[in-house]
Ligand binder design. Sequence first.
Ligand SMILES: C[S@@+](CC[C@H](N)C(=O)[O-])C[C@H]1O[C@@H](n2cnc3c(N)ncnc32)[C@H](O)[C@@H]1O
Ligand SMILES: [Mg+2]
Length: 407
Amino acid sequence: MRSSGQRACRPAYRGLRLLPGPQSAWDTRAPAPTYRGALGPKAQSSRELFTPPLYKQRYQFVKDLVEKYKPKKVADLGCADCRLLWMLKFCSCIEVLAGLDISASVMEEKMHTLSPLPFDYLQPSERSLTVTLHHGSVAHKDPCMLGFDLVTCIELIEHLEESELKKFPEVVFGFMAPSMVVISTPNSEFNPLLPGVVLNRHPDHKFEWNQAQFQSWALEAARCYDYSVEFTGVGHPPKGMENVGFCTQIGVFVRKYPRSGGSVQYEKPTEAVYKTVFKAVYPSLKDEKYLQNAVVSEVIFTAQNIKHHLMSKHEECDDDPERKSEFQPSVSSFSDYLGKLVVDKAMEPFVNGNEVCIPLAAIFSFPKVNQLCGTFEKLCKLIAGKVTLSSDGSAVVFNTEHETEED
Ligand SMILES: C[S@@+](CC[C@H](N)C(=O)[O-])C[C@H]1O[C@@H](n2cnc3c(N)ncnc32)[C@H](O)[C@@H]1O
Ligand SMILES: [Mg+2]
């Protein structure tokens, strides 16, 4: 990443697809000819010039930042069809994801992709995750946008009306004031390299800035609201044309002051102006209800495995009475583990008439159970009333009276 004020210039040539044909200006192997017309009829937009496509490179850029800085709360302004949010929900550091767009219909089209899947309920994650979508404008302040670590504005600002763009820095940097802001926008200097682009890349663009225009706007916003900014981008220019800069220019802003007692103080209105159009709370082991389900399942599963092992040993011993008192672990890792466990007599499972008793101490020593519960007391608390226990509460009890062979 380059520091404020430096010109975009990138010697490396990664990310661009090498289009077929010796005349391609994008082909490093060919001399740099005029590229128009040489790109072939298929390459009609910037999207088709880059591999991966430019929008994916922008999302990947954000994802890499998230992996690096591990923000817990991320908001995507101008989230459109929620594709970036969908990618980000897989970043395990994120606990709160929010999207905002002025178009409710564009969000509604794909917002179902942000809902938890059956798998999320079957295997609840350690982390908590809440995803919310709001309908509203970045020109307005809403308290639901406070407290975020990272705010992304990918290809948003060029869609703002002049009056909205004027309010944008105060809303994002002054009011929301996250630790980090990422803003991307087209670099108009790249436009002559894009086939089919005459003036703007998109009819809804209110403007397209060159590098100097974007950098001067960004530096002024950063100065006003006490942020630093560095410039970078995605979509490398062809070899020999590095001065053109990246196809998408990106500013990464970092707040200079700590969250509390910042140097820039703005009124924090409490009145909500955005409308929440979607909210999903993912099942998480932080929620006692899901933790209890997971622990009960794991305890029963573990106890059944131990019981199964014990019963097969008993059957072997029934055939050979001399081995009755032996407890010989077999070669499987579970059996090996069990073999080690029973060194401690208090952990030894036993058969009492029709009942098979598996001490909780033995079950607790299994890594998965141990990891889920943390303490033995917590294990006892979570399974109380959910699992059949011995009268002193020290062992899981199975009654084998009515069990068939298949059981
Ligand atoms: C080109 S799309 C970018 C979508 C997405 N960020 C991406 O990179 O794929 C711009 C989005 O900004 C939204 N938008 C335009 N003006 C807005 C405003 N004032 N407040 C919030 N969103 C706005 C549009 O509805 C649109 O979905
Ligand atoms: Mg755009």
